[in-house]
Design a protein around this ligand. Sequence first.
Ligand SMILES: [Fe+2]
Length: 381
Amino acid sequence: MQNLKIHFPGKLIFGNGCLQNLADEIQQLGCKEVLIVTIEPLLSQIDALIKQLKDLYIKVNIDTSIVREPTFTDFDALMQKQAASNPDAVLGIGGGSVLDIAKLVAAQLGNLQTLSEIVGNGLLKQRHKKLICVPATSGTGSEVSPNAILVDDSDNQKKGIISPFLVPDIVYVDPLLTISVPPAITAATGLDALTHCLEAYTNKFAQPFIDMYAYEGMRLIAANIVTAVKNGNDENARTQVAMGSMLGGFCLGPVNTAAVHALSYPLGSMFHLAHGLSNALLLPYVMEFNAVAAPHRYADVAVALGCSRQSDDRATAQAGVDKIKELIAQCGIPARLRDLDIPQNVIPQMADDAMKITRLLNNNPRPVTLDDAIAIYQAAY
Ligand SMILES: [Fe+2]
């Protein structure tokens, strides 16, 4: 078992309606000026928060420039625009892309390290601004993780910035914020969260403390995601999936993901598929590939997903793969690469790119060769 190292957020609030207490919290931090990184469609939902902040004489500056999975250029443009601003805190309210950017803005305002100097694990050495994260989707778990992922324009690869300084001071998870998320995004982000838990539980570096988060996250998401997709107003399902997503976020720092995420990156960078959808497309096929190497762990996964134990671990693990395929079908999202007009002849190129994501492939319970990667993409096609 490897050593356990976790950086928890300074404070975590979870609950329906908790967002209404955030302005007071920000005032208690002593903030006079806040930069909110969010997206245009969320502005009406955070209108009350903005008004509360202004009523407390806190200056509010809003940036809505992140409209897709962000690139280095997108981040640089945002930083240039904000170069003259001097907020006490950066508040990210949105999905994973927005939260990742908010985390980096908080770190880089006033930091002399350049973006290229902080790409990698543990290279970012400081953060001068307070950081507050509020997830508006139940998916990435970025609000509690030390990770931020951006696309490097120079080689079109997704790069990770991983540092304890990217863990927020304050996290508010208000599941009511996710009520308006449309079904396809609820499905994709929820399956991403489930993948975080699953890849942590079956990880080569899995360990018991994180297993608790991972197992319970899988259980909660599997039991509630279809309801959350089909009836977005179901507060109970939204709350359970939000909790599962947050638990998945806690898996990301200490253990992290593996081959599903590594193989999904090229789908994001080459075809701009949403991160959660990319993972969902590959998840059953990576599970099938991995289960032979870790049948007992994959049998546990199946039970967490709601399957009963079969005659042996291999059979139980297979029931888990079938269950994932069933969940994807019930969520109504595409299940095959071919459904998304991805040309079959790019598979070798995608496999080539995926093999470069060694920081995640190293975590996989079964070694993945280039030929294996090609075979997994073919199976998913
Ligand atoms: Fe993910």
